[in-house]
Design a protein. Sequence first.
Lengths: 420, 305
Amino acid sequence: MSLKRRTLLGAGTAVALALAAPGLAQAELANVTIWVQSGPEAEALGEVAKAYTDSTGNPVTISPQGRAGWRQRYETALAAGSTEFDGVLHISRFVPALAAGGLIAPYDDYIAGAAEYDADDFPEIIQSEMKYDGTWYMMPTDITLETLVYRTDLIPEAPETWDDLRENALKFTQSHNPDSPTKYGFAYAGSPGNVMAAFLGIMGGHGGDFLDGESCVTTDSPEVTAAWKMFVDMKNEDKVTPPDINAWDYPELLVGLQNGTLAQAQFFTAGMPILNDCAQSPDVCENLALVAQPEGPMGSKTRVNPLGVMMNAQSPNKDALWAFLEFATGKEGALIYSEAGGQSPRSSVLANEEIAAGRPWVPEVLKASKAGMGTLRIAESREVAEAFDRYAQQAIAGQITPEESLIKAAEEMRAILGGC
Amino acid sequence: MPMEKTRPSGTGLFDRIDRNIGRVMIAPAIIVFLCVSLYPFLFNFWMATHNVSLLNIRAPEWAWTGTRNFLRILRDPSTQGALIRTAIFASATVTLQLTLGMLGALAFNRAFRGKAALMVLALVPMMVTPIVVGISWRMMLNYDWGLANYFLDLVGSGPLQWLSNPRMALISVILVQVWWGMSFAMLVILGGLAAIPRSLYEAAEVDGASDLRMFFHITLPMLRPVLLIVGTIKVIDALREFDLIYSLTGGGPGDATRVFALELYYTAYERGNFGMSAAQALLLMLLVLILTVPLIRLLTSKEPT
């Protein structure tokens, strides 16, 4: 081949490659950004992202954001149509309103097109929490339950029923029993924004719910009233909870368990690593266990609080985000996530013996998730929750009776939903 | 004949620049103001007159509601309650901060041993951000292990439900706000005291005036502008207070400490009703103007001799 021909061929090849290169680069290097609250979830997801990038070459940026004002920040960004992030990780409670407003995109087509993705490996309650109106809007990455944490050195057998819990609470409250080593027999997060969630388990155990299958308000039903009265009376009549329980949030519960103030408490499974760590909880690390919520007349229901990634409706990288999430929430990614400190809600991961070996509460999580109690799945869920919370707080503070608070809450809920 | 300054009247380029130099100099500031203040205000007004919520924020257009949002909030018991609580909160915090700030300033206006160190301690609260104040005081006011009840116990008094009793919670929020804001008032008033001519007091002493008489007839009148400035700032702060109360009580128990700024937040981010929240924001702005414009007028009016 002559020099001239070789030169022309070389130049032509270089031109062809230069034209094709941008296309080739884009297909493999779509950078996906996921906003996550700073903390263990961000760290665990970071490990999954690293493993994904190592195996596929596709970059993923896990961007930890400050916890203060977190929800307001990402909601404002979604409402403004920001493309600063492709996905955002948060709890499932906020899915309905965001989905109804068109701020997050559905995953159904992606899941349907992923032949090897086993969505049924997630417990039914988790699948339900990921959906709005029957459509997937969140991919589950983490599970945490509001279970019962109790002192095994004081209560050898976990309370089976809410009546058992109440009996234990009376026995281990100093105002009833001066010899009690704990000051209070029971506590929960009763501060503004937390009451509805704290009440879910006992309400479900009594066969009650805020809405029925047709989205009619049943907050003032006999079942809910019986559960609510028992819940409020534990503070105002039995006096087995801290008197300022309506100012308690999860940090107070953690301190109360760590310093031995509480015999029993409704607490998140995500807090167990701290409670079981003798460096952080020296007084109680070997004496705390976790079980599903006690049974009511209709069985045991435990509040489920999964976290997952929602897809920004304005994201230009939806396919790339799905590619990452298919891995991250698939069996391999879920295992990496759990090994890195998170807790995947996949049944196969929850049943993994190696994971359970280091976390003795995990088998209970698996058991409790099968009888989980989810959150409201309607577009007006937050308005309805806020209405309930406001009157619930007044009942806990003793300003109105439990029955009155439910009647008022139900009235306001019916006005919000414009229905029955 | 004195020389009069005249504007350039030529038509050359430099003459034109000379004539318009003032406008050119302030143009960047005006552009920034228009972008940062006027546009958001107009957009807020637009939202307040339309049906905007989380469920339709991305819709191509929003339905016109006119004054409906404003009428709704005025009739809404939640908003009415928030306004009453805000009035109580603002009156109490402004009065207490000015009073205690004045007392502190008078105390620090004298020389005494350890004054510098004590002054630094007294100014520490204003160096802490409101959200940190709220979180710290939440722990200090905890019924079981908070410092406040610990000290009450030491003096033989029973513990108080600082944040969980609805009446007590509002008082607690007021006290924390006063603790945080008092040092600013004290600092500014101290500056005002330092500016009062000593000769006035000397002349009054010669005439046999008592300390109390000198306070009411010299100190207070001379401090009038300073007190008006501090008062105006404190009124504005009190009306728009959010982060300290949010981190301390979240507006609870129930809605016992839900002042207007928190009500506005809950309307936007819990009820998802941005139109109503925008109307509330305009109402808050109007309240601030109604209360502070007379104060500013007093400040700029002729001072009594």
